[in-house]
Ligand binder design. Structure first.
Ligand SMILES: *Cc1c(COP(=O)(O)O)cnc(C)c1O
Length: 369
């Protein structure tokens, strides 16, 4: 038998090969212009994102984390305010809440989608609740119809953490175009990845947009007149140039991700001991990750795949409330988030995967069960 190449969890080099020429030309042109901060390259990228996400305003920022932070700042959220977050997400979702001085309130997830459970959101609302942050985890929108209805009823803001979900949609609309503010990340491994850090905020309201624009640049308006205390949350022109090129490919990459997901689901269906991800009717899932649940045998399967040269990841190994920086939350706080953290395994889903690689992964999984 011939020696088999390992299958990495993600292969950014494979994507680079497909965009190398236009990407290098775009970066070089910024270099030659010597205009590195904001300017027309960033503006053009923002306009392209407004069209892509079907939202009136998009503003480039320095990272997905900063998108969340500036969103909370723009909505005036701070000490004494409670913000509802899912217990199962990347740390930035809750970290940004704590950084503005507000109190995170963790709610459990729907085990079928890994997304925030709307019933748990309802139950968590108090007179101090100011906002809720649904995360469109792994590329599928949270139940935005229910969450928006709850938020309207109680007069609280909705900040979408769409870091993993550019191009996703649901019955309520496109990811990032539904709530008060949408937050995106262009971390290199995201579905639309930069050549460094970057992010985006989207919104519908022109006044909120103006406030975001001010906050992005130390609250200055006009220059050297500071009407708010903001920060440096700017997106670099080099990132905007690279992202503008890659945005042209995003639909084809999403299509490939969705095809890989269907292929996995068809091949792995019926294997006892594995739960496959579900795509809710009416949702367009963009499969930032393809995450299976392997209750009781997750680590064994991960080791088996690793021995076969196949990369996998665990998103996320701990519910947020169990992070050491949040010492006092009770242990049985969010049982579904806890269960997910113990059973999830993300399989390779990058667009350039081949059928042969997918077959090898599926075969290696079925061999164990
Ligand atoms: C990646 C990510 C972020 C943070 O984005 P950065 O660009 O890495 O700062 C926030 N939330 C979620 C759900 C993410 O996956």
């Amino acid at each position: 038998m011939k020696e088999q190449q390992p299958i990495p969890f993600i292969d950014l080099g494979a994507q680079y090969e497909t965009v190398e020429q236009p990407l290098e030309a775009a970066v070089l042109s910024v270099l030659r212009s010597q205009q590195f901060i904001l300017g027309p390259t960033v503006k053009n990228f923002e306009s392209a994102c407004e069209a892509y996400c079907n939202v009136p305003f998009a503003m480039g920022v320095s990272s997905g984390t900063d998108a969340l932070l500036i969103a909370l700042m723009a909505l005036g959220i701070g000490p004494g305010d409670e913000v509802i977050v899912p217990d199962f997400s990347f740390f930035a979702t809750v970290g940004s809440v704590v950084r503005v001085g507000a109190t995170p309130v963790f709610v459990d997830i729907d085990p079928a989608t890994f997304n925030m459970d709307p019933a748990a959101v309802s139950a968590a609302i108090t007179s101090a609740t100011k906002a809720v942050i649904p995360v469109h985890l792994f590329g599928q929108c949270a139940d935005m119809t229910s969450i928006v209805a709850i938020a309207r009823k109680h007069g609280i803001f909705v900040i979408e953490d769409a870091a993993q979900a550019i191009g996703a949609s649901c019955e309520a609309g496109n990811a990032g175009a539904i709530g008060d503010i949408g937050c995106f990340s262009f971390f290199p491994t995201k579905n639309l990845g930069g050549i460094g850090d970057g992010g985006l905020v989207t919104c519908q309201d022109p006044n909120l947009y103006n406030r975001l624009i001010q906050l992005r640049n130390h609250g200055s308006s006009p220059k050297y007149n500071h009407v708010l205390v903001g920060g440096n949350f700017r997106l670099d022109a080099i990132q905007a140039a690279a992202l503008s090129v890659k945005l042209n490919y995003l639909d084809s990459w999403t299509k490939a991700r969705r095809e890989h997901a269907s292929y996995y689901s068809a091949s792995l269906q019926g294997i006892d001991g594995i739960e496959l991800p579900t795509e809710v009717a009416g949702n367009k899932h963009v499969y930032h990750q393809y995450v299976i649940k392997v209750p009781g045998r997750r680590d064994e399967l991960r080791k088996r795949l690793s021995d076969a040269g196949i990369g996998t990841e665990i998103y996320y190994p701990k519910p947020l409330h169990k992070q050491p920086c949040f010492q006092n939350a009770p242990d049985d706080h969010c049982p579904q988030a806890q269960h997910a953290s113990e059973s999830v395994l993300a399989l390779p889903i990058f667009p350039e995967l081949t059928k042969e690689q997918l077959d090898r992964i599926c075969n290696a999984i079925s061999e164990l069960f």
